[in-house]
Design a protein around this ligand. Sequence first.
Ligand code: HEC
Ligand code: HEC
Ligand code: HEC
Length: 434
Amino acid sequence: MVTLRRTARSKWWWVTALLLLGLAGALIALALSWRPAIAPIAPPSPGSFAPAQVVRGAMLVKLGDCAVCHTRDGGRPLAGGRPLATPFGTLYSDNLTPDPETGIGTWSAAAFRRAMKAGVSRSGAHLYPALPYEHFTHVRDADLDAIYAFLMTRRPVREAAPANRLIFPLGFRPLLAGWKLLFLHPGETPVDPSRSAEWNRGAYLVEGLGHCGGCHTPRNLAGGEIRSQAYAGGIAEGWRAPALNAANPAARKWTKEALVTYLRTGISPDHSAAAGPMGPVVDSLSQVPEAEVRAIAAYIVSKMGGSPSAPVAPLPDHADAAARRFPEGAVLFGGACAGCHGPGAPMMGQGRPLLSLATVLRDSDPTSAAQAVLQGIAPPVAGRGPKMPGFADALTDQQIAAVLGYLRARYTDRPDWKKLPATVAKARKEGAQP
Ligand code: HEC
Ligand code: HEC
Ligand code: HEC
């Protein structure tokens, strides 16, 4: 009896001790995640920045795609409020104009650098990695200061971003400190002295401001980039960003020149068109000096490896076999697509890539092929090239799956995609968000 009571009491003692320990641990974690606010400043006068620094900042803002995420449909440039769908809910970008109340008007250069490199707002709140600080952390201070100079000399816009809508408990920002411990790797991109200055410039831009890996690298369940699989292909806004390493699925090996053309115009005659979220990237890159894009291309082509001068295989076109296996797809293609993509179509006479060159049909993941048909393709650089209409309203998921199965069988030598109708349905849902 006595022993029993003692065991019961000692058990409660342990439970209490564990609870207290847990509470202490949580308090320590909270304390460790705490970051101080940086004192507000009086908005600096636009005249206090050197004009050359502002001009440089404008170029760097293009390279970083800041306006792509920080401008909502129909909104003023950089005034924020654009919804970004993530697997964890919807985030809204902040106002980057120098409005003192709703923008960054009272931010010092130091506060701005901390946000970009450590993902901490001026108030001390942790920021979500939707602001790609996994990459911006590698940007040099002089470049961040130029971006700051550009932003602070814009016209202030008074507009507050809507509140984020995240699944519980991810709205609790201190949790992000733990995330950063695991996935934020600060430090400058190392210089490789055995490579050219151009290659090293490319490495700096791609790993940093360009944040190409933000879309082209796969992510783990917590949303962190899997660094051991850098550039192995990822997911962006319901599209698939193909591998940019040796696993790149393009039919013709990319050359540096082809990449420059693609990144500046949105199309390479021997490869593909830049559709979906790659469109705004190209739109930005079409507006920066060509030397910067050449550097990016030099670095990317080295990641892809291999020799572009290897024997060029003939392009597949198994029209009859594909029609036998996918009769519905063949009929749909003849009716809805061949007017543009078929042999002898007027569009094909203008140096457009054959569908047997399209990366999206060769990729192991059919997501972007499905999105291209659902949403269509707009020429990314205003006024250049024909466009493809979206078929989301005209064709059912089943029909789109039929035509994609047909195209894969006709224009590639790769195995059939599995579960196509389900992929199309998922792509339709994600493409419509948020
Ligand atoms: C992929 C989309 C994306 C890109 C590209 C992007 N941002 Fe953001 N940014 C966001 C989102 C989303 C937030 C809000 C994060 C949050 O609420 O925690 C944000 C927040 C910020 C903040 C914090 C503002 C505040 O009030 O706390 C700053 C500063 C910022 N971004 C600057 C930039 C700059 C400069 C660039 C370009 C070099 C840039 N961002 C590019 C999505 C983006
Ligand atoms: C916002 C997400 C996003 C960012 C950032 C991004 N990409 Fe892409 N990229 C994509 C998507 C999606 C595609 C597929 C487009 C398609 O289906 O036409 C793509 C396609 C490409 C292709 C074509 C590959 C092929 O074989 O067809 C290249 C090359 C490329 N991106 C290079 C880059 C470079 C270089 C950067 C950085 C400067 C970059 N991307 C940044 C999303 C992104
Ligand atoms: C009005 C003309 C037009 C029609 C109709 C059309 N397309 Fe396209 N398609 C284009 C253009 C333009 C491109 C961009 C590449 C290019 O310029 O060749 C494209 C590209 C593609 C690509 C490659 C996407 C990429 O990222 O490179 C696929 C796949 C495709 N179309 C499938 C289809 C299918 C399937 C249909 C019928 C359901 C169809 N297209 C109907 C004009 C058209």
